[in-house]
Design a protein around this ligand. Structure first.
Ligand SMILES: *Cc1c(COP(=O)(O)O)cnc(C)c1O
Length: 580
C-alpha cells in the first residue's frame, strides 16, 4: 500500500504506478482548465473545437432553419429516464461530442427564415461575455466572490437608469431569471412595501395586484409563488382597438379598493404586450394611483411596475434627432419609431421596470434585469441579516436582499456587454431595421387582396396577418368578422383555416419542404390575439381573431426573404384548402 505522499514524483507530478484514485486524478487534470499560464491552452483548444463542431450543424447556404440534418425529435420519452450515471469515467472530449449532438434539430435563431417569436440571435459580444463568466465563475452575491465583475451589474443600473430618465446614482438593478423573475421581484417589492409585517408574519391580507387583461400570463406564476394567490389579481379591461388599459375601469377599481379599504399592492402597466405591442397609459395610471392611495395608517404606498420586458429598448430613440434623421430611416418608418419611443417615455413614472435582454436585446438567456428607481428603499425594505461565513468586502452585497443566493454573472455580463457594444446608435439601427423589414412585409401583404394585416396600428416587433381563399377580398371579409356578429360562423371557419395554415407551415419547416426551390419559414400563430368588437368582455371564447405571426427579429433578414415568406403562406393555404 502506497502512502498518500508516495503517489507523487519529486517534481509534484503523479507517478505512473500511483494508486488508482491518483491515476484517475491525473487523467482528470487534462480536463480541468490550467490555473496558470500554459501554452498551448487546453481549455481554449477545447472551446475552439466545440464551437467549430457545433457550428458544423449550421445549414449549407439556403438550407433549413434548424441545426443539423435531422429535424426529428429523437427523444424516446417512454425510456428516456432509464439511465444511471456511468460507473467509469468518460472523457471530456466524448461528453462534448455528445453535448453537440443534443443541438441537432434545434431552431436556428439566427436563420433569416426564423420569425416565430421575440427570440433573437444573441450577439457575439454577449455570447463571449456570458461564456467567460462560466470559466471563472464570478458570483455576484457579494463583492468578494465577484470582485470587479460586479461592476457589470452596477454599470447596468447606471446605463438603464439613464435610459429611463431616472437618477442613475439611485437606480438599482438585479439580473434574474426572466421577465417572469422581474414580475415576481415586483410582487415581492410591492408586498413588502404595502403589507408592513408580511416579511415576518407572512402574507395575511388580500392585497391586490392590478393589471390589464392583456398583461402577460406570468401574473399567475408570480402571485402564486409569492403566496399572495392568483385570486388577488384584478384585471382591468382593455380597449378593444388599442389593447391598452381602460382608464375608466381602472379608476372604478381603485376607487372601490379605496372606499372599502382594500390595500393595492401594485398596478402593473404592460409597456408593450407580446402580441399587440400595446402600451398602457402609465402617466395617467400614476395620477389615478395618487388619487386613490392606500390608507397610510395601515398600509404602505402601492407600487407602480412597468412590464417593459419586450419593448424597453425603443427608449434608445429618446436620444434620436428625428429632424436630422442621421441613420436615414425611411419617411414611412420614422413616425412609427417615434410613436413607440413616446409611448415608453412614461416608464419614468414607474417604481420598477422589467427588462429582457433575451428579447429585443439580442443576448443569451438568462439576462433579464429587474430595475428599481430607489435603490435605498428596495434594498433596505428587503434586507436580511448577513451570513456568518461571508464578510462584506465591497459596498455591494445583493445576497442581503435577493431571492437568489449564489448569482451567476452570466446575465449581468451579457446585458452589460450588449449595451457597451450596441450603444444608442447600434440599438437604434437594429430596432429601426426591424420596422423597415416589417414595413416592407406589410407592403407585400397589401399587394395581395387575399391577405390582410390585422395589426396595422401596431409598430412593434410582430406583423399579424390572415390569409383567405383566392377571390376573397380579405380586408372586407376581415372587417365583417371583426365587427358583425352575423359573420361569426365565417370568423370561426377562417380561424380554422388560419390555424391549419400555421400548422402546415410548421410541418413544412420541420420536414424540409421547399417552395419555389427554397426552404420554408419558421413562423407561428396566435389563437386569439384580440376579441371581436362585439365580444368585448371575451365571454364568447369563439369570437376572437386567430392570426399568423412573423417576428423579423433577425439581422440576416432581407426583402427577398419577406417576399418568399408570403409565397410560402399562400402555398400552404392552397395545400390546406385542397386537402379539405
Ligand atoms: C416574455 C414576457 C414575459 C415573461 O418573460 P420571460 O423572460 O419569458 O420569463 C413577461 N411579460 C411580457 C410582456 C413578456 O412579453
Amino acid at each position: 500500500m502506497k502512502t498518500y505522499e508516495s503517489n507523487w514524483n519529486s517534481d509534484n507530478k503523479i507517478k505512473d504506478d500511483a494508486n488508482s484514485w491518483a491515476k484517475y486524478r491525473k487523467e482528470m487534470l487534462s480536463a480541468f482548465p490550467a490555473y496558470q499560464k500554459e501554452t498551448p491552452d487546453p481549455l481554449a483548444a477545447a472551446i475552439d473545437k466545440a464551437v467549430k463542431a457545433i457550428d458544423q450543424l449550421r445549414p449549407e447556404a439556403e438550407g433549413p432553419a434548424y441545426l443539423g440534418t435531422n429535424p426529428k425529435l429523437t427523444i424516446d420519452f417512454d425510456h428516456v429516464k432509464h439511465i444511471s450515471m456511468p460507473t467509469k469515467m468518460s472523457s471530456a472530449e466524448k461528453v462534448i461530442d455528445e453535448t453537440v449532438e443534443l443541438f441537432e434539430g434545434l431552431p436556428n435563431w439566427g436563420h433569416p427564415l426564423t420569425m416565430c417569436n421575440v427570440i433573437p440571435q444573441a450577439n457575439t459580444a454577449s455570447i463571449v461575455a456570458a461564456v467567460l463568466s462560466e470559466i471563472y465563475s464570478p458570483n455576484i452575491l457579494e463583492g468578494e466572490y465577484s470582485w470587479n465583475v460586479h461592476r457589470a451589474e452596477l454599470e447596468s443600473a447606471g446605463m438603464l437608469g439613464n435610459l429611463f430618465g431616472w437618477n442613475p446614482d439611485t437606480t438599482g438593478c438585479l439580473y434574474t431569471y426572466g421577465g417572469s423573475g422581474c414580475w415576481t421581484y415586483h410582487v415581492k417589492y410591492a408586498l413588502s412595501r404595502v403589507l408592513h409585517d408580511s416579511r415576518t408574519k407572512g402574507v395575511r391580507t388580500d392585497a391586490k395586484v392590478i393589471c390589464s387583461q392583456q398583461a402577460h400570463y406570468t401574473m399567475l406564476n408570480s402571485t402564486d409563488w409569492m403566496g399572495l394567490g392568483t385570486d388577488n389579481i384584478i384585471k382591468v379591461r382593455t380597449d378593444v382597438n388599442t389593447n391598452a388599459m381602460d382608464l375608466q375601469h381602472l379608476e372604478e377599481i381603485l376607487k372601490d379598493c379605496h372606499e372599502q379599504n382594500i390595500p393595492v399592492a401594485s398596478v402593473v402597466c404592460t409597456m408593450g404586450t407580446t402580441d399587440a405591442n400595446a402600451f398602457d397609459p402609465i402617466a395617467q395610471v400614476r395620477e389615478l394611483m395618487d388619487k386613490y392611495p392606500n390608507d397610510s395608517t395601515q398600509y404602505g404606498k402601492a407600487l407602480l411596475y412597468a412590464d417593459a420586458v419586450v419593448c424597453w429598448a425603443w427608449l434608445v430613440f429618446r436620444e434620436y434627432d428625428f429632424e436630422k434623421n442621421l441613420l436615414e430611416f425611411s419617411p414611412d418608418v420614422l413616425p412609427l419609431i417615434k410613436a413607440n419611443c413616446e409611448a415608453l417615455e412614461g416608464v419614468k413614472f414607474a417604481d420598477a421596470i422589467g427588462v429582457d435582454f433575451h428579447k429585443a436585446g439580442w443576448s443569451p438567456y438568462a439576462s433579464s434585469c429587474f430595475v428599481y428607481q430607489n435603490s435605498d428603499e428596495f434594498e433596505n425594505l428587503l434586507k436580511r441579516p448577513g451570513s456568518a461565513y461571508l464578510q462584506p468586502r465591497s459596498p455591494y452585497n445583493p445576497l442581503d436582499y435577493t431571492l437568489e443566493v449564489s448569482r451567476a454573472a452570466t446575465g449581468s455580463l451579457a446585458g452589460w456587454a450588449t449595451m457597451k457594444f450596441f450603444g444608442y446608435e447600434g440599438f437604434q439601427a437594429i430596432l429601426g431595421g426591424i420596422l423597415e423589414n416589417q414595413n416592407f412585409l406589410r407592403s407585400v401583404i397589401a399587394s395581395h387582396t387575399e391577405i390582410v394585416c390585422v395589426n396595422p396600428e401596431d409598430h412593434g416587433l410582430v406583423t399579424l396577418f390572415r390569409a383567405y381563399p383566392d377571390g376573397v377580398i380579405a380586408e372586407e371579409e376581415y372587417r365583417k368578422e371583426l365587427t358583425d356578429p352575423a359573420y361569426k360562423e365565417q370568423l370561426v371557419k377562417n380561424n380554422i383555416l388560419t390555424k391549419a395554415i400555421g400548422d402546415k407551415l410548421y410541418h413544412w419547416f420541420r420536414n424540409g419542404k421547399k417552395v419555389n426551390g427554397r426552404c420554408t419559414p419558421y413562423l407561428s400563430f396566435s389563437t386569439g390575439f384580440r376579441v371581436a368588437e362585439y365580444n368585448r368582455d371575451a365571454s364568447d371564447p369563439e369570437a376572437c381573431i386567430f392570426a399568423l405571426k412573423a417576428f423579423p427579429m433577425n439581422v440576416h433578414i432581407t426583402p427577398d426573404i419577406m417576399r418568399h415568406v408570403i409565397d410560402c403562406v399562400l402555398a400552404a393555404r392552397d395545400e390546406v384548402i385542397s386537402e379539405q
